[in-house]
Design a binder for this molecule. Structure first.
Ligand SMILES: NC(=O)c1ccc[n+]([C@@H]2O[C@H](COP(=O)([O-])OP(=O)(O)OC[C@H]3O[C@@H](n4cnc5c(N)ncnc54)[C@H](OP(=O)(O)O)[C@@H]3O)[C@@H](O)[C@H]2O)c1
Length: 436
């Protein structure tokens, strides 16, 4: 029985594969994740997996004595792609030359495993089609939520359901910063500096803070789980930069905390999607996620809600996801024939969710402020749910909050534009959805 399984695996992976049960693996990119992948592969002792090539620019400085002597170290990517390897692991990141590497590998019938979110978010559907047309596999389990096996779950364990919603904490940097402000009430700038000092945030953290990283991951989740093709740039991204320590005080009064949430709901051919800071109940799964962890929740028509929590980054957890993909391909579990035809749906895209809202103002105190704001809200048929004002702040810079009953984003937006012109406002109004 075991023999039959391994024979099937041998033919399913790569028609060009000739070497019996041995699956030859090339690793391109020997950085944080690549090194950890090599370590696991070298230590695994799996007789059917053989690391044959490690490729990196200026590779001499990368050599390690724990790598078996018969592994070829090279900086010549072309020679790797022309070799007889069965699986190429791409871990250099970025769009170029990663896209060309993946295309060439797939064109030549080699299966590919990658952790590259930028590439999969932009070219995933096309690359999946290419892989299918060549009878090989493209796996990208580490591209979202690092070591949390949510992509394999969506592509395999939950593919029998009809998923209609995915929401997640997908950016560990933002979650570190927000949970740090929550717990220590430090200013945003201090929490960011700490994240940078600990290596959780880059010197230029714009991609993380302004939502670019999370929306690329949301596009991949929408591809794998909702079977929709969506350009990351078409998903609205709101920055977490204006979130202030005082917002956690007001959120706490509402039984909530603040997290960067990425959400996508598929309704009648439209994908409602948004990335940005939201109020979430403190005792909810999202509210309880601390530090740089990731959490993904899925909603399915038949299976209901599922949760996936764990380390969203780091060399070792991410390497586990990469090696798991490699083993999946090597075992031929998918037989090189995943159903990519269902990935062609291209829905309309909208951010017009209907939610309650949190509006936080910083004002120079004067009589009549609340009356003027209330008038604008009334003019736009928006109902106030509560008004919160904590004592003890300077009148020159007074924060207070209005919460609104549920309304659509599109209904609120014109009111916010009118509020932006008010003379007493000393900062733009911070407007956050409240997710219940
Ligand atoms: N790190 C994580 O926690 C994590 C989590 C999830 C997903 N990922 C994804 O995993 C991938 C790898 O990330 P990483 O953190 O390992 O990155 P990294 O530490 O920067 O490693 C990238 C490696 O690729 C090499 N490289 C870059 N461009 C190359 C080129 N054109 N030709 C040859 N070699 C090249 C780099 O060489 P040099 O040493 O010369 O720069 C470096 O050794 C990325 O797609 C990333 O988004 C990472």
């Amino acid at each position: 029985m075991a023999k039959q399984t391994s024979e099937r695996a041998t033919t399913a992976i790569n028609p060009a594969r000739q070497g019996g049960d041995i699956c030859r693996i090339a690793l391109i990119g020997f950085g944080t994740v690549g090194r950890a992948v090599a370590k696991i592969l070298c230590e695994s002792g799996a007789p059917s997996l053989r690391l044959t090539h490690i490729c990196n620019r200026n590779v001499q400085r990368k050599k390690q004595d724990w790598v078996p002597a018969d592994v070829v170290w090279t900086d010549d990517i072309e020679s790797v792609l022309k070799s007889n390897v069965d699986i190429v692991i791409e871990l250099i990141g970025g769009l170029n030359p990663a896209e060309q590497i993946l295309r060439k590998a797939l064109e030549s019938g080699k299966s590919v495993v990658t952790a590259n979110k930028q590439l999969i978010a932009r070219c995933g559907p096309d690359l999946l089609q290419l892989a299918a047309s060549k009878g090989c596999q493209l796996e990208f389990g580490a591209s979202v939520a690092g070591g949390v096996p949510v992509i394999p779950a969506l592509r395999t364990g939950l593919c029998g359901d009809r998923l209609h919603g995915i929401a997640g904490i997908l950016n560990g940097t933002c979650n570190y910063i927000l949970s740090r402000i929550e717990n220590a009430r430090v200013p945003f700038s201090e929490a960011l500096e700490e994240a940078q000092a600990r290596g959780y945030a880059e010197a230029d953290a714009s991609e993380d803070l302004d939502g670019g990283d999370a929306r690329a991951k949301l596009a991949i989740l929408a591809l794998a789980g909702l079977r929709t093709r969506v350009e990351p740039e078409s998903i609205r991204a709101r920055t977490i930069r204006p979130v202030d320590a005082v917002d956690f005080d007001y959120a706490a009064d509402l039984g909530c905390t603040i997290r960067q949430i990425s959400r996508a709901d598929l309704k009648e051919g439209t994908l409602f999607a948004d990335v940005g800071p939201c109020l979430v109940p403190s005792d909810s799964p999202f509210g309880r996620v601390q530090r740089n962890l990731n959490l993904v929740l899925t909603s399915g028509q038949y299976g209901g809600d599922m949760a996936f929590l764990g380390a969203g980054a780091g060399g070792d957890p991410t390497a586990v996801a990469v090696v798991s993909d490699v083993m999946f391909v090597a075992q031929g579990l998918a037989g090189g024939k995943r159903d990519v035809a269902s990935y062609v749906s291209t829905p309309g895209i909208s951010s017009d969710f209907e939610t309650p809202w949190y509006l936080r103002f910083f004002v120079r105190d004067q009589p009549g402020i609340v009356a003027r704001l209330a008038q604008i809200l009334a003019d736009h048929h928006l109902n106030i749910d509560s008004l919160l004002q904590k004592p003890g702040f300077e009148k020159a810079s007074l924060p207070f909050v209005i919460t609104l009953e549920p309304c659509h984003d599109s209904q609120l937006h014109p009111a916010l534009e009118r509020m932006a012109g008010l003379d007493f406002a000393i900062r733009p109004c911070l407007c956050l959805p409240i997710l219940r």
